[in-house]
Design a protein. Structure first.
Length: 257
C-alpha cells in the first residue's frame, strides 16, 4: 500500500520527537542539583545518598534514610548516581568521585553541606544527629561562602547585650564586608549543642562573642564587651580549634579544640 508523502512526513516528525525525548535524561537522573535547590527553597534538610551501578548496601541505606525522613519534621531523601553525566558538577564540587559508596551527605535546611558518612553501621538516629540547628547551619553556610564569622551569644534584656552587638556591627564595618554576624539566644534549647561545640557557657551572665576565621578556625573568644578592632584582628589570625562543620580531618593548622 502506498502512503502519501504528507503521512510519511508526519510519521517522521513523530519519530523524531520520540527519539529526542528518549535522548533526554529522566527527571530523577537530571534533578539531583535541582532537588537540592528545591529542598533549600522549602527549608528542608536533604539526605543525599550517593550511589553508582553495582554498589552494594544501597537498599539498606535507603531504608535508614527513609526512617530518618519519617522521624524528622522536615527532611527529604535525594538519590545521586555519581556515574551520570548530569551529576558531574555535584560530584566535582563535593569531591565524590573517590569515596567508598554508598555514602550519605547531609545538607542543612539553608543548603549548606553539614556533613557526610559511610552508611555502614549508620542508623536513623545518628543521621538525624548530624543535622545542625538553625544557627549552626547559618554559621556553616557563611564559612563555606568564605566569610569570617562573629558568633554572639546572649539573652534578651541581658546587660551589655546592645553594646556587644554594636561592637560586632562596628567590626563588620571595619572589615569591609569580610565579617558576618550570627546571633544565638543562650536560652534556645535547640542551640545548646551548638554552643557546647563552641565552648560557650549558656549560663554566662555576660554576652559571649566567638570569632571564627574564614578558614573555619576558632581564633578568639570574648566575654562581655569586646573592642571592634580586637574582633577584626582575631578574625584574621591563623590557628585554633575547628568550628562546627568547618574543618575536615587532617586539615593543616586546624586541631580539635
Amino acid at each position: 500500500m502506498v502512503r502519501s508523502k504528507s503521512w510519511l512526513a508526519g510519521l517522521a516528525s513523530i519519530l523524531g520527537s520520540v527519539c529526542m525525548l528518549l535522548a533526554l535524561p529522566s527527571a530523577s537522573e537530571a534533578s539531583a542539583a535541582q532537588d537540592l535547590a528545591k529542598a533549600k527553597d522549602k527549608g528542608k534538610v536533604a539526605f543525599v545518598l550517593v550511589t553508582e551501578p553495582g554498589a552494594s548496601g544501597v537498599a539498606e541505606a535507603e531504608g535508614v534514610i527513609r526512617d530518618a525522613v519519617k522521624k524528622s519534621k522536615k527532611a527529604t531523601m535525594i538519590l545521586l548516581d555519581r556515574s551520570k553525566p548530569e551529576n558531574a558538577e555535584l560530584v566535582s564540587r563535593y569531591r565524590l568521585s573517590g569515596p567508598q559508596i554508598p555514602v550519605v551527605l547531609v545538607f542543612a535546611s539553608n543548603g549548606a553541606l553539614a556533613g557526610g558518612a559511610l552508611v555502614g553501621g549508620m542508623t536513623s538516629e545518628r543521621l538525624l544527629g548530624m543535622v545542625p540547628a538553625k544557627r549552626e547551619a547559618e554559621l556553616i553556610g557563611l564559612l563555606q561562602s568564605g566569610q569570617a564569622v562573629l558568633v554572639l551569644a546572649s539573652r534578651k534584656d541581658m546587660a551589655g547585650e546592645p553594646e556587644a552587638f554594636r561592637a560586632c556591627e562596628k567590626a563588620r564595618e571595619l572589615s569591609t564586608g569580610k565579617l558576618s554576624i550570627v546571633r544565638v539566644e543562650m536560652d534556645d534549647r535547640d542551640e545548646q549543642a551548638f554552643m557546647r561545640k563552641l565552648r560557650i557557657d549558656a549560663g554566662s551572665a555576660k554576652p559571649v562573642t566567638v570569632v571564627i576565621s574564614s578558614r573555619g578556625q576558632v581564633t578568639g573568644a570574648f566575654e562581655g564587651l569586646a573592642e571592634p578592632a580586637a574582633l577584626v584582628l582575631a578574625s584574621t589570625k591563623v590557628g585554633g580549634g575547628c568550628a562546627p562543620g568547618a574543618c575536615k580531618p587532617g586539615t593543616p593548622a586546624c586541631k580539635p579544640r
